[in-house]
Design a protein. Structure first.
Length: 294
């Protein structure tokens, strides 16, 4: 693989892979295909396949500017990684579920599968920008090309995919890439707080850890593995999360004010949207500052 391949899939060019959500080209699939239940994230129940009451005839949200105030916080967090427009404009060739009602259920079934594939593309594209992952660039490139190929299959073929198996195979590569990057960060033992409690340190393995409500202000978590960690309502203000692996980490209501996530690994827009931050919060240039942040 060319040494400069990473420039082809840089954060600034993810839109060329169709990984940046473009609601203007989507048939409101997340507002129809997905179910949700009345909770702190949604004001009411909605069944899968039932159009949201706020969805307009042009597939736009009628209350987009006031979603949080009206109890639809979950909508402001969700990101399809561009799967919506791929299904709408490529898989179903621009024919929406209102024009061709008979295709509606199939479109709804294809959408969540496509989202998983696009999420994998997002991570693979990022992994190809890691200088430390050069030894496995070729394997990453092949995985990206294969995943991209799958997104162009017919609706029936997409529904027959073993997405779980494909995701598992890609995840092994992402783990390897993550480890290569994090191995460059000097490890640090857990440090004791004034109350004698152990605080996770640099390079800690916190994969899947229950850190809900954890007090991690100014914690040095550089190079830590926080894959799938539950960080709901955790206080990460001022924390250093550079080169920390954040795939699947739950940041709902986490406090990221002043935190440094500049070159954290595999951070997504949805994770930022779910958290709270401020003008001092640092994050990758590929993401945007959520409107509700201070």
């Amino acid at each position: 693989m060319p040494e400069d391949y990473k420039h082809v899939v840089s954060d600034d060019q993810r839109d060329q892979l169709g990984l940046i959500s473009d609601c203007e080209k989507c048939f409101g699939l997340c507002c129809v295909a997905l179910p949700y239940a009345a909770s702190s994230d949604f004001a009411m129940d909605k069944a899968a396949g039932q159009p949201c009451q706020n969805l307009q005839a042009d597939f736009r949200c009628g209350v987009h500017q006031n979603l949080r105030e009206l109890g639809y916080r979950g909508c402001t967090v969700y990101d399809c990684f561009g799967a919506g427009q791929k299904v709408s404009q490529v898989t179903f060739e621009g024919k929406d579920w209102r024009q061709v009602p008979g295709s509606a259920k199939q479109m709804y079934d294809v959408f969540p599968i496509m989202r998983q594939l696009h999420e994998l593309l997002w991570y693979l594209a990022e992994a190809l920008t890691f200088r430390a992952a050069r030894p496995i660039y070729e394997k990453l490139r092949k995985a990206l090309a294969e995943t991209e190929r799958l997104t162009h299959l017919s609706p029936n073929s997409i529904m027959e995919l073993d997405v779980v198996a494909h995701r598992a195979a890609v995840n092994e590569l992402l783990l390897e890439a993550s480890q290569l990057v994090r191995d460059e960060v000097p490890k640090q033992q857990q440090v004791s707080s004034k109350r004698g409690r152990k605080t996770p340190g640099r390079g800690s393995n916190l994969r899947g850890a229950d850190l809900m409500g954890a007090k991690l202000q100014a914690a040095d978590l550089q190079g830590a593995s926080l894959r799938g960690a539950y960080l709901i309502a955790a206080d990460l203000s001022g924390a250093d999360l550079r080169k920390a692996d954040l795939i699947g980490a739950d940041f709902r209501d986490a406090d990221l004010r002043g935190a440094d996530l500049t070159d954290s690994l595999f951070l997504t827009q949805a994770q930022l949207n779910a958290a709270s931050g401020d003008a001092k919060t640092k994050f990758p240039k590929s993401l945007i500052r959520p409107a509700h942040w201070l």
